[in-house]
Design a protein around this ligand. Structure first.
Ligand SMILES: [Zn+2]
Length: 367
């Protein structure tokens, strides 16, 4: 993809282009940015730019032979590596068709979306030793065309200790070989790898950039787009999720659930937990992110009523809810419980159990 297609991040893109044009291209770079920041999109645009035979100071040309191959993700000197589950393939290249489809469809996808695309939602992804050996082999070949051979590794967090077999490549790479690693955080990356890469930090997206994109791509009105951009905290995945949720089914669900808890209808709360807990992981993650947003608004309601970026339905609910909460400490306790539940959901905890447990706790608290 071209830089032009990347959402926002104009300063970073300019810096990357300038570096490339000045001949400063570090052979191993780590693009680090939180979910929804566009770290993968940025690395793809950078790779295309470096390999473009007719680039300008502004962007890759989009029409040269190299660019056209990039746009279909079929460039012979561009290799991809990513986590996958062992029941799907031995090496990443066997999954290139699925990878191309997923990335062209949404270069802002996260790990869960990718595993879903693979039909391996409940399996553990990994970048196994066989894949590391395949990388070493493919990079030992001469480039087919152009200058650079590039390996883009998405989510090197999934590289276990066996990833150390790649160190020699990082230290003494074959000529004109680039490693672009794309990670969400540096915490889970092997320290031996971290010490050998140049860091490229991809910040969360600006509200204004998310809003503009929502207006053009999802056809939201400016006011609604601004509101969602504010709630999404720089995460484009979350923004799209919220935008596709205009009828606000999350609010509906949260309101019903809390209603049962408040009226001590434990049977109904448990039944709700059982049904809602059957939703997909992404939906549940979205629900918890949303609930946390509402609970945060409940806590600051006495000071910030009307200025929270919520719509009128949400504002009304938050008003009522904050009247039920007896103290700030109680609100904080609720928030912490939801935060913990959200964390457990993200780590594949049993949603029905987590929601049921939360129902009991909230009912006891809200009496
Ligand atoms: Zn080009």
């Amino acid at each position: 993809m071209r830089f032009e297609e990347v959402i926002g991040q104009r300063d970073l893109a300019a810096k990357l282009r300038k570096g490339a044009n000045d001949g400063r291209i570090a052979h191993a770079q780590l693009f680090v940015g939180a979910e929804g920041s566009g770290n993968l999109a940025m690395a793809l645009a950078y790779a295309q730019y470096v390999q473009c035979t007719n680039s300008t100071a502004e962007d890759s040309c989009g029409v040269c032979s190299s660019c056209r191959k990039h746009q279909t993700m079929m460039h012979p000197d561009m290799h991809y590596s990513f986590p996958f589950s062992s029941n799907k393939a031995d090496v990443a290249s066997e999954l290139y068709p699925e990878w191309r489809k997923a990335v062209s469809g949404n270069p802002y996808m996260n790990y869960e979306m990718w595993m879903q695309e693979l039909g391996a939602e409940n399996k553990q992804g990994n970048i196994p030793i066989k894949e590391c050996h395949a990388i070493i082999k493919s990079l030992s070949l001469k480039p087919f065309e152009g200058d650079y051979k590039i390996l883009l590794m998405w989510l090197p967090e999934f590289l276990g200790a066996e990833g150390n077999v790649l160190l020699k490549l990082f230290e003494e790479p074959p000529q004109k070989t680039l490693f672009l690693l794309v990670a969400e955080s540096t915490e889970k990356i092997l320290s031996t790898i971290l010490s050998r890469v140049q860091m490229v930090r991809v910040p969360p997206l600006l509200q204004a950039d998310i809003s503009t994109k929502l207006q053009t791509d999802v056809q939201l009105a400016a006011e609604e787009a601004d509101r969602i951009a504010l709630l999404s905290a720089g995460n484009y995945i979350r923004a799209v999720e919220l935008a596709h949720n205009e009828e606000n089914q999350y609010l509906e669900a949260f309101r019903n659930w809390m209603g049962f808890c408040f009226q001590k209808k434990l049977g109904q709360a448990a039944a709700w937990a059982d049904t809602y807990g059957g939703n997909g992981r992404e939906q549940l993650k979205g629900f918890f992110l949303y609930s946390l947003e509402i609970l945060r608004a409940v806590m600051v309601h006495p000071y910030l009523a009307g200025k929270s970026g919520l719509n009128s339905d949400e504002e009304a609910f938050v008003g009522k809810f904050s009247a039920i909460i007896s103290s700030h400490a109680q609100g904080e306790l609720l928030y912490n419980w939801f935060n913990k539940a959200s964390y457990e959901i993200e780590r594949n905890g049993n949603a029905k159990i987590i929601l049921t447990d939360l129902s009991f706790k909230v009912t006891r608290l809200l009496k």
